[in-house]
Design a protein around this ligand. Structure first.
Ligand code: 48H
Length: 268
């Protein structure tokens, strides 16, 4: 066998393989139980937990890399801090941690990678380069996410696509993109003028708040992680991530309870 016959495949085989695999993945993701927008720490933990519980989950992430604010730690120093209440999640994800007095540190790369892998292996579909630009509403209930390819919709007259789901999570962090979609149309009763926005930094209160204020902002639309502080008003907490992990876990538990017994998403 000479070099040119090695492998016995053509370049177009590679293209076909990618196209077919992606098309299958994308097709399955179009209808899910839960569509999560944002693959930061809260969104990834929610995806992991919900997929682990048997729900069909898709995560839409506008950037190339999932992980959100985890990668850079603080000031680009790629270490993150968590408090002891979140160590169980790190242990379950296989992320090593080190005691620093009353708090703990973990490698940011290790955490971001582990959360992605956990969500994927539990069965969630992660679609990167997909930017959510709107919500689908039927009879005063959120029924899906309107999304486009990153940079396409913003730069060209190219229409989006819809991911239908029984529940949607806004896990877009500081931007609270989906909450804003409803607020600017006057659909959020408690925010007629604008969303309250984040309060000043108070790390212990912020961490407590973000875990305990997970809510269904509008029928079918839940908020988790930093988007809670932005949409209902709560203190920011700086580069500590335990609250984000716990908040993702909590939104998954609450959605799990709310979807239980409501029947599966009708498939086409
Ligand atoms: C698709 C989108 C869109 C869109 C945004 O910012 P994140 O890491 O969010 P959380 O809430 O899981 O974690 C917050 C944490 O990283 C943080 O910022 C903290 C703790 N700050 C404290 C402080 O005081 O500053 O991830 C959000 C993800 C990102 O990957 C975005 O790219 C993505 O959402 N995203 N994806 N469509 N329209 N908007």
């Amino acid at each position: 066998m000479n070099d040119s016959s090695m492998g016995e495949f053509k370049e177009t085989d590679i293209s076909h393989a990618i196209l077919e695999s992606y098309s299958e993945k994308f097709g399955r993701a179009l209808e899910s139980d839960v569509a999560i927008v944002g693959a930061g720490p809260s969104g990834l933990v929610a995806a992991w937990r919900l997929a682990q519980a048997g729900f069909r989950v898709v995560v839409l992430e506008k950037r190339l890399s999932p992980g959100g604010g985890v990668w850079g730690g603080s000031l680009g120093m790629n270490e993150v801090v968590v408090q002891k209440q979140a160590l169980g999640i790190l242990d379950e994800a296989g992320v090593r941690h080190h005691s620093r007095g009353r708090i703990f540190t973990a490698d940011a790369m290790e955490l971001a990678s582990a959360l992605c892998l956990k969500a994927l292996h539990a069965g969630a579909a992660l679609l990167n380069l997909m930017v959510a630009e709107d919500l689908c509403l039927h009879e005063s209930r959120v029924t899906g996410v309107v999304a486009n390819r990153t940079m396409l919709g913003e730069n060209f007259p190219i229409d989006p696509i819809v991911f239908s789901s029984r529940a949607v999570i806004d896990a877009t962090g500081h931007e609270a993109v989906l909450a804003h979609c409803l607020q600017r149309r006057g659909l959020l009763e408690n925010s007629p003028e604008r969303l309250p926005g984040e309060g000043p930094m108070d790390a212990p209160s912020g961490e407590h708040f973000v875990e305990n204020s997970v809510t269904e902002l509008y029928p079918g639309l839940w908020v988790t992680g930093m988007s809670i502080c932005a949409s209902v008003g709560g203190p920011r907490m700086g580069p500590i991530f335990g609250g984000m992990l716990l908040s993702g876990s909590r939104v998954a538990a609450l959605i799990g309870q709310s979807l239980k017994g409501t029947g599966p998403m009708p498939s086409t």
